[in-house]
Design a protein around this ligand. Structure first.
Ligand code: ADP
Length: 156
């Protein structure tokens, strides 16, 4: 059974993330979307809110499981018996950080492979912070995020 983990802040999930999750779920038996509990990074949404928005967005998709974790990603991956880490790349600016993280994780856990999905061109400009900024300024974000996120943002 090929289990992949897609870790991230998902603050909040965008259609760019959704696209990566859908594409990954076509390749693996299970994709665990795992929200990182990172007290150092100030988030707009609480961990529970982020998990809930993900659950609402993937309620009907059996192969996708939503979870959260703290501590080292490689330890969490071992606990979940996953040997693939999925990440997305939008632009060259993502590369340095992703490269460093993938190599660090490989150093700690050589059997766990990080796989990168290139963004779809439709989402290459899209980020969680961009969505939050537009919402704060009263812009329409309905085409950028799943409806669970659009509803939550408009109610905030
Ligand atoms: P993190 O704080 O761990 O970077 P994010 O939620 O911002 O968490 O992103 C999780 C992963 O999804 C990262 O690999 C990021 O590059 C990728 N990602 C974010 N937005 C997009 C997008 N629009 N298209 C493709 N990948 C994306």
């Amino acid at each position: 059974m090929k289990v992949a983990i897609y870790p991230g802040s998902f603050d909040p999930i965008t259609n760019g993330h959704v696209d990566i999750i859908k594409r990954a779920s076509e390749l693996f038996d299970k994709v665990i979307v795992a929200v990182i509990r990172n007290p150092e990074k100030k988030a707009r949404f609480s961990l529970d809110e982020r998990v809930e928005m993900l659950q609402q967005s993937f309620r009907t998709v059996k192969l996708v499981e939503v979870d959260s974790f703290d501590g080292l990603l490689v330890d969490y991956a071992k606990k979940k018996k996953a040997n693939i880490i999925v990440r997305g790349l939008r632009a060259v600016s993502d590369f340095d950080y992703e490269f460093q993280m993938a190599l660090t994780n490989r150093k700690m856990a050589p059997k766990i492979e990080t796989l990168f999905f290139m963004t779809d061109y439709k989402y290459s400009y899209l980020s969680s912070s961009f969505v939050k900024q537009i919402a704060r300024l009263g812009g329409d974000i309905s085409e950028l995020v799943p409806s669970a996120v659009a509803n939550k943002l408009s109610s905030k």
